[in-house]
Design a protein around this ligand. Sequence first.
Ligand code: PEP
Ligand code: MN
Length: 380
Amino acid sequence: MTEPSVFRPVPFQDWGLGFQRPLLIAGPCSAESAEQMLAAAQDLRADGRVTAFRAGSWKPRTRPGQFEGSGADALLWLQEVKAATGLLTMTEVATAGHVEASLKAGVDMLWIGARTTPNPFSVQEIADALQGVDIPVFVKNPINPDLQLWIGALERLSGAGLRRLAAIHRGFSWFERTPYRNSPMWEFPIRLKAAFPELEVICDPSHIAGRRENLGLVAQQALDLGLSGLMVEVHPDPEHARSDADQQLTPAGYTRLIDDLIFRQANPTPGMHDRLEELRDLIDQLDEEIAQKLGTRMDIAERIGDHKRAHKVAILQPERWERIMRRQLRLAEHLGLGAAFVQEFMDAIHRESIRRQSAEQEVDTAPSGSPQSTSNGMDS
Ligand code: PEP
Ligand code: MN
């Protein structure tokens, strides 16, 4: 059995690599050829703000039959990139074999991908292969929204003696449609930072956004939330990329993206006061997000009211509210929120929805059919 270990994150300033916040990492999703790698790397070097060059050597593909990476050749191209540009190099590892090959090739930093983090066997295999090696490792969040698996992966690596560990927030696969490829669910990186205030958490807006056009918004939000850096996919010819073609930027697009971002104070001096301020900023951001979402929700409730009136559909539908509450209570349990709190909160929202809809028309007040709610069954 693996000993549980106390995970004590080390901030960038103590990594001995001169890293500044925000740390900028960029490069293609997959290493495809020496030419592709060098073209991307030379341009990123010329941009002047990138510290590390990323490229996937082995690509974990959801379905078989797609490009699975260039393997050992990619490691040689990473060496060429380093020699030509001086950028630090970084690749994804998912097995002990990947680790050994990457270390042998002199790759500077490693990352663990979203499909590997959720598997404790794989993470332990990587940790064992890294025992006694002092290499920086970045851990992407698991593809499913599970904070414990993310923390567990960091703890396993820490248990193997790795000190320079950071996290990458790349969004979560979620069953509901969102404007993004992977739902950002910002509360997860925030909760991770709250649990480990010294942990450097960077954002991968490419895999969250899934589309070039949405990258800027996500990257700005990550910076506004005080995340420590960005890992962005950059390809010399994104449209013909062999993986993630829709989300990769050209080097020129990358320069524009970074130019347009608003960077807050780059290196807050560490200390209790700053930490408190940082956490308060996070709370303010979240409160704003909650208010905005509530506003949108009320607007939609009003539109539902209009629609029902236009189609002469009954306003009161208790089973609809019951379904909403059941779903929210299930979610609450999953997120560790108290059922009574969630019920009270949802009831307050429901009352406000009713008030907004009633402002436009007289609403019948029928008794509630819901055993879980004090509100009536009006569509929320
Ligand atoms: C990647 O970085 O190209 C990658 C495969 O990412 P993720 O593990 O986040 O899907
Ligand atoms: Mn990718």
